[in-house]
Design a protein around this ligand. Structure first.
Ligand code: DGY
Length: 321
């Protein structure tokens, strides 16, 4: 008899990642190429020991209460956990695994892309080239703002924030940060700590959001914070859209108070604020932070290793609750 854990992979994973689960477990996968409805998910999870979902699968309090009693562990194929009621899972004695660490470097790469793309007017430059209207180099064409040597303010100095800081130092940027608490000196690596976000904003030519979304961080980058940014600042977001108040950022981009924004994440995805689709000074990407073949495989492998460790009675390195 097969004693491997019974795993239901509810999220729509690439086939190569699904194979990691089916090779190691008695796994069933969602092959519909879409997000399951809550009813479909609960129905298909019957009899499973472990459930794998991702940021687009909502596991709210009511869903947690309705999970089959067989479920011992819920795994999210993401670093973000705002889509799950983690406290309710804990209260039911269900362990929670996520994908920390393995996606930090890919996300930090995209954070640099956001800063460069926004500051150097990639949207307008690319559009001009593709339009066939480019008449050749001129000294005044598409002047942007420099990235190198500027002050980078990082909101959230976790693993992704620190990976961004490492890259930005290669651009001679001066690193400032705000975090719930100051990080150890070896992790800070010379970055300037600001105990409050207002102070960080005043010192950020580039403000890059890299903290988790939570009740404490939603709407944190509001009109007051935007007002404190220096002239010609660039705002970037690699974390979650709802940390920025769109009603504050959009007018600042329209007026030029903020020079540009580089955004990989948006409130209400995929129904984003319409201005982000049309403003020339918005370099927007469709939530691709961790989208590389190798990172997506590493995320799957980390969850598989965690499931195996959990059912073998040891503590998975990626257990978050
Ligand atoms: C993550 O891992 O949280 C990504 O943003 C996908 O949701």
């Amino acid at each position: 008899m097969n004693s491997a854990p019974r795993v239901f992979v509810a999220c729509d994973l690439p086939e190569s990642v699904q194979a990691l689960f089916t090779d190691r477990f008695q796994a069933r996968c969602n092959t519909l190429r879409r997000t399951l409805s809550p009813e479909e998910l609960l129905e298909a999870a019957q009899g499973a020991d472990a459930l794998v979902l991702t940021a687009t699968d909502k596991l709210d309090t009511a869903m947690v209460a309705s999970l089959p009693t067989t479920i011992k562990v819920v795994c999210t194929y993401s670093i973000g956990m705002e889509h799950m009621d983690v406290e309710a899972l804990k209260a039911r004695g269900i362990a929670v695994l996520a994908t920390p660490d393995v996606l930090s470097e890919s996300c930090a790469d995209v954070a640099m892309l956001l800063m460069l793309g926004a500051a150097r007017r990639a949207v307008e430059s690319s559009a001009l080239l593709r339009s066939g209207q480019w008449t050749g180099w001129t000294p005044h064409q598409l002047l942007g703002v420099d990235v190198w040597g500027r002050r980078l303010g990082i909101l959230g100095m976790g693993r992704i924030g620190r990976a961004i800081a490492r890259r930005a130092r290669g651009f001679d940027m001066v690193i400032h940060y705000h975090n719930r608490s100051r990080v150890a000196p070896e992790l800070e690596a010379g970055a300037v700590y600001h105990a409050d976000l207002a102070s960080l904003a005043a010192n950020s030519d580039f403000l890059c959001v890299a903290c988790p979304s939570s009740p404490a961080t939603r709407g944190l980058v509001n009109a007051d914070i935007i007002d404190r940014l220096p002239p010609n600042a660039v705002v970037c977001n690699i974390a979650r859209g709802d940390i920025i108040d769109d009603a504050a950022l959009v007018p600042a981009l329209e007026s030029g108070r903020v020079a540009a924004a580089g955004l990989d994440v948006f409130a209400g995805e995929p129904n984003i604020h319409p201005a982000y689709r049309t403003l020339p000074n918005v370099f927007g990407l469709p939530h691709i932070g961790s989208s590389t073949e190798s990172t997506r495989l590493a995320m799957g492998k980390l969850l598989c290793d965690g499931i195996e460790a959990f059912f073998a009675g040891s503590d998975p390195v990626n257990r978050v609750a």
